[in-house]
Write a protein that binds this ligand. Structure first.
Ligand SMILES: [Zn+2]
Length: 220
């Protein structure tokens, strides 16, 4: 099954590069060192990625809102983007993978432009870790390439450890593709259906940075 999924994804044209538009860091977002549009949705909305932290450190990518009915976890990534500068990690965030807010898997794996844009982005950035945030299954997938990191993240985020492997037919598709094609490891994190806002904008960003060995500067 895994080989088949990988082969299908490769066959549908992952080599097509996403248009990358660089923009300078903004003064009202001290954490942002680079901003890009990595592609567009079915309806033409931009898919945005922000680079935070320190280029040259360990490269990590966080993505959320792959599925339109899972809107809450994007607040974690937006809080990281909009807060103080981040040190100790070269961090990219894609808060809204699916800006149209649809929930459709597409006719076949990687048939959707959002999926192709994020895959091309991950191939270019080549991070050591990817963490993909979802809802509502409430747990960190420890059935993964790097179970030690998964356990650490589960502890830090106060989420149960679980196995989310569903043969690549549901939430694991992008994570599975990354784990089989790339050198780094990707992990799926699921929050519940209605995580409290305080948890999303205050606790989870801090817990996540701690698990990644990163921190915010005390000012600026
Ligand atoms: Zn999902």
């Amino acid at each position: 099954m895994r080989r088949l999924v990988t082969a299908v994804l490769v066959a549908v044209g992952l080599a097509v590069p996403a248009p990358a538009v660089a923009a300078p860091a903004s003064e009202d977002r001290p954490a942002v060192v680079e901003a890009r549009t990595i592609g567009h949705s079915v309806k033409g909305r931009p898919i945005r990625a922000w680079r935070l932290g320190e280029p040259g450190k360990r490269r990590i990518v966080l993505v959320s809102t792959m599925h339109g009915d899972e809107p809450h976890t994007r607040a974690i990534l937006e809080t990281l983007r909009d807060g103080r500068a981040i040190r100790g990690v070269d961090l990219w965030v894609v808060p809204t993978y699916n800006p149209d807010g649809r929930y459709e898997s597409g006719r076949r794996p990687a048939s959707e432009p959002e999926t192709r844009a994020v895959m091309a982005f991950l191939e270019e950035i080549d991070p050591v870790r990817v963490v993909s945030f979802h809802q509502p299954l409430n747990g960190v997938d420890t059935d993964t390439l790097d179970p030690r990191f998964a356990r650490r993240l589960a502890r830090a985020l106060r989420l149960p450890r679980t196995s989310l492997d569903c043969g690549g037919l549901c939430h694991g598709t992008m994570t599975m593709w990354f784990n089989h094609r790339m050198c780094g490891s990707a992990l799926t994190v699921e929050y519940g259906a209605r995580p409290p806002r305080h948890r999303m904008v205050v606790q989870a960003p801090r817990q996540l940075l701690g698990a990644l060995g990163a921190h915010r500067t005390s000012r600026g």
